[in-house]
Design a protein around this ligand. Structure first.
Ligand code: G3P
Length: 216
């Protein structure tokens, strides 16, 4: 399973990169706005900076919702760097645009996916990634990990090549559960990634070893 970081914060991207386990980055308009990135030139420059920091795929989201403008915007984003993956919302014009991008050699990440039906459509249109938002599904009292398992089963039976990118990850446990049910990628906040490190018995064991090392 690949590890992406879900942020537009350069310091956090660097922190995950320095850990040596980072395979890519996902962003969205909320995360970009949080970093104070405003205007087309600044947005383009920020994606360029991210692409220079990491070797893997970087998802850059379109801001329009009609086919023609999604395509125009996506072409500009894809031209920034070969690792840019154009993130397109799961709407009717979005599906049409994903199909257009697929036929024109531009890779896409279909975002805002909350059902198996939507994941089937994304795969049919040729999306490189599908992004089910598991934390938001949990928030609505359904089971986000269960959706990942269902999509993994459908894609395996049908032979779809689209990679399942589990998004809206809220904890280290989410990452473990997604790995268990066959997610291809988890995109996570840095805290959830660092949460994987933690176990009280590791801390207790290390304290004892360091104490005993003094007697060596
Ligand atoms: O990038 C999409 C997704 O990961 C957003 O997560 O925490 O806003 O539901 P969240």
């Amino acid at each position: 399973m690949k590890f992406f970081i879900d942020t537009a914060n350069l310091a956090q991207i660097q922190e995950a990169h320095d850990l040596g386990i980072l395979d890519g980055v996902t962003t969205n308009p909320t995360l970009m706005a949080k970093e104070g990135i405003k205007g087309e030139a600044a947005i383009m420059k920020h994606y360029e900076a991210i692409c220079e920091m990491v070797e893997g795929d970087v998802s850059a989201e379109v801001l329009s919702t009609d086919f023609k403008t999604i395509v125009e915007e996506g072409k500009k984003l894809a031209a920034i760097h070969p690792n840019i993956v154009v993130k397109v919302p799961m709407i009717k014009d979005g599906v049409k645009a994903i199909k257009w991008f697929t036929e024109n050699g531009i890779r896409t990440n279909c975002t805002l996916v909350f059902s198996a039906g939507q994941a089937i459509l994304a795969a049919k249109a040729g999306a490189a990634y599908v992004s089910p938002f598991i934390g938001r599904i949990d928030d609505s009292n359904w089971d986000g990990v269960e959706l990942i398992a269902q999509i993994a089963q459908i894609y395996s039976i049908q032979g779809f090549k689209t990679e399942i990118l589990a998004a809206s990850i809220r904890s280290a446990l989410h990452i473990v559960k997604c790995a268990e049910v066959g997610a291809d990628v988890c995109t996570c906040p840095v805290d959830s990634i660092l949460g994987l490190l933690k176990h009280p018995l590791t801390d207790i064991g290390l304290a004892k070893f360091l104490e005993d090392a003094k007697k060596m």
